[in-house]
Design a protein around this ligand. Sequence first.
Ligand code: NAP
Length: 281
Amino acid sequence: MGITIDGKEIAKAIKEEIKHFVHETKKEKGLNPTVVSILVGEDAGSQYYQNNQAKIAESLDISFIKKQFNEDISQHELIEYILKCNKDESIQGIMMLVPLPKHIDEKEVTNLIAPEKDLDCLTDVCMGKLYKSDKIFYPCTPNSVVTILEKMNIPLEGKEVVVIGRSNIVGKPLAQMLLDKNATITICHSKTVNLKEVTKRADILISAIGRPKYINQEYIKQGAVVIDVGTSSLNGKITGDIDFDDVKDKASYITPVPGGVGALTTTLLFKNLCEAIKKCF
Ligand code: NAP
C-alpha cells in the first residue's frame, strides 16, 4: 500500500516556521505582522473560510483584521477601502474572498490590490510575474501541491507530471511552478482525448477537476505519486477526485481528502505574509 501523505503534519511544521518568523519580526523590527481579510456579503462558504483564516492567524500570533461589508456595498466604496489598505503601512497583506456579488466587477476590483500585498495572487501583476518565473507570491493551492511534493522529498526534475485541470487558480499556475522545477508537464482538461492513456504515463498525477472519485486505478501507473486537489460534496461528505480506496495500493504516495492539499492552503497564505514582510518592510 502507498504512503498516505499527512497534509496536517506538513502544515504543522510550516506553522512553526511562521511563528518563529513572526516572533523575530516583532522583536527585531518592532513590526506587528497584520493582514486584512475582506468579505462582501454572507456567502456561507466564504464566512467559514474567513473564520478559519482568523483562527489560524491567531494561532500564529498574526494580527487579523476581519472586514465584512454588506452585500449591497458599491464598487466605488469597496475600491476606496482597498486603496486605503494599500497605503496603510501597518497592513502587510490583503486577502479578498471571492466570488464577489454580481454588481461588482471582480477582476477590476481584485486587480487594485497592491501586488506586494496580494497574498492570494489575485492580481494580473502577481500572476504575470509567476509565468515569467519571477514570482512575487506563489498562489496557495498550487503551492500546497508543490510544498507537499518537496516536503516528502519526491523528486520533480525530469519527471513526467500530468495535471488534470486548467483553471487559472489551480491547473495553469501549478503547471508553471512544476515546469520551473524542471518537470515535464502535460495538462489535461475536459476535451482531452483518451485521458487514461495520458494519465497512465505520469510519474506524478495531480487531479484538480472537482468530480468525486472520478479517477480510479485504471488511470494510474503502478507506483505513481497521486495528488488530489479536488473537493466536492458527495453524500454530504467532502470528497476528492481520486477514488482513494481503489487507488491506494497502486500508488507509491497518495494524498487524502480531507487532510491532504487543502490542509495546507490557508497556512501558506500566512507564509506569503512572511515573504511580503521580508521583501518590503
Ligand atoms: P474549475 O475552474 O471548475 O476547473 C476544473 C478543470 O477540470 C477544468 O479545466 C475542466 O476542463 C477540467 N475537467 C472537468 N471535468 C473533467 C474531466 N472529466 N476530465 C478532464 N478534465 C476535466 O475548478 P478549479 O477551481 O480549478 O478547482 C478544481 C477542484 O479543486 C475543485 O474540486 C475545487 O473545489 C478544488 N479546489 C481545492 C482547493 C483546496 O485548497 N484543496 C483550492 C481550490 C480548488 P475544461 O477547462 O475543459 O472545462
